[in-house]
Ligand binder design. Structure first.
Ligand code: ADP
Length: 391
């Protein structure tokens, strides 16, 4: 008897131990689920059959606020398409749904909201019934918009010279066929328009080539003063036409940089060309090269990890019309111009500074722009010195 009851006690104890293990495992699993939910970087919310939020992970609380749990889905995500999809789900719609929404911000963000029904919980009132995951597609949307804008801009830039060329060919074939002076004038304009298209195509090709190389660091050792010397020689005629003086002062201690000689020449060419173009007729363009222990934060910040202990700066200053402050942050965007008509009249494509930015990105440097309307502008190029630059 004693023997039998001992056996029973042992069985109960064993059952107890098994239950404790099972309970522990359940708790561990639930704790792990909780941790996984919290750690998912995308905002994620669970709603019950009454469309009330029952759970929100850390990313969702950051987006909707700490008090999101307990609120109605209608109050949290006021998007008819999302609410409709949730309603359809609760009514038993079979397939998974994704709804795109624009979150007003600021900053404005775009999300693809994915809905999924949670299995086996449809009948309980206070249990999660639907999972909503907000996938951030802001970068994707921005890239799509930039691509569309870019194509629209290129088409717009090409349309004007093309219609001028077409118009003048028709006139030359018709009314102006035997009018020698008109023919000369029209041919001159046609030549100018064709040159404009050539410049545009050249800059577009240049930009795409630079973008291709952007993630391949340059390897040559470049003497900045030499590059500046040859660029100013190339631009001497242009300076003369504008009756402008180009002054150069590159410190004797300026060290070489690791770079791509042709690309750096293009950077300085574009900046000095702009300084002459937008500078005062009869004015002065000053080029100052220095070496310094640090660069502006916004330049260093773009290339975290590429810290250099020495930087070479080249400031190109003109005494022209200057640039109103509100335009400064957008100047390096493709086709961004302060005065489009004036830029075109001066032979600009609106791509020069975008090219400068991309080349300097490849060099892990940057450009800082400061300007005072009516007084002039200073474009300062920053490049990490060769001996300290890390790829
Ligand atoms: P663009 O071919 O029009 O010169 P950029 O990309 O080189 O194109 O420059 C963009 C715009 O920035 C110009 O259209 C002009 O409005 C402004 N800009 C650039 N450099 C200067 C400068 N040195 N002084 C005044 N405005 C400038």
């Amino acid at each position: 008897m004693l023997f039998r009851s001992q056996g029973l006690a042992e069985t109960v104890a064993a059952l107890d131990r098994r239950w404790a293990r099972h309970d522990g495992a359940l708790r561990a699993a639930s704790g792990a689920n909780e941790a996984i939910l919290e750690a998912i970087p995308e905002p994620l919310i669970l709603v019950d059959r009454d469309r009330r939020v029952v759970r929100a992970n850390a990313a969702a609380r950051l987006l909707f606020g700490d008090s999101v749990a307990g609120r109605d889905l209608d109050a949290v995500l006021r998007y008819p398409d999302v609410l409709e999809a949730a309603e359809e789900y609760l009514a038993g719609a079979p397939s998974a749904a994704t709804v795109d929404i624009a979150w007003p911000g600021p900053p404005e963000r775009h999300f693809a909201v994915r809905l999924a029904r949670l299995p086996g919980t449809q009948n309980a009132d206070d249990e999660p019934a639907i999972l909503l995951v907000l996938h951030d597609v802001t970068t994707l949307k921005r890239a799509e918009r930039m691509r569309a804008d870019f194509v629209a801009n290129v088409s717009h830039e090409l349309r004007t010279p093309l219609s001028a060329l077409l118009g003048f060919t028709e006139t030359l074939q018709g009314a102006a066929r035997d009018d020698a002076p008109a023919r000369e004038r029209f041919l001159g304009i046609m030549h100018e328009q064709a040159q404009r298209m050539t410049r545009l195509v050249r800059d577009l090709l240049s930009l795409s080539r630079i973008e291709e190389l952007e993630h391949t660091p340059p390897t040559e050792r470049i003497d900045v003063a030499r590059v500046l010397g040859s660029v100013t020689d190339t631009l001497a005629l242009q300076a003369k036409a504008k009756n402008a003086t180009v002054e150069m002062d590159v410190g004797a201690d300026v060290v070489p940089v690791t770079g791509d000689g042709d690309q750096l020449a293009q950077v300085f060419q574009n900046l000095i060309d702009n300084a002459l173009k937008y500078g005062r007729p009869g004015g002065t363009v000053r080029i100052v090269g220095r070496v310094s222990a640090t660069a502006p934060l916004r330049v260093i910040g773009q290339h975290r990890g590429a810290t250099s202990t020495r930087w070479v700066s080249v400031a190109i200053a003109d005494d022209g019309e200057g640039i109103p402050r509100e335009h400064l942050p957008r100047l390096t965007e493709r086709f961004y111009r302060v005065d489009a008509a004036r830029s075109r009249q001066l032979g600009g494509t609106g791509l020069g500074l975008a090219i400068v930015k991309h080349i300097l990105n490849r060099h892990r440097g940057g450009v800082a722009i400061s300007s005072e309307p009516g007084k002039g502008s200073v474009f300062t190029v920053w490049l990490p010195a060769a001996d300290t630059a890390k790829p």
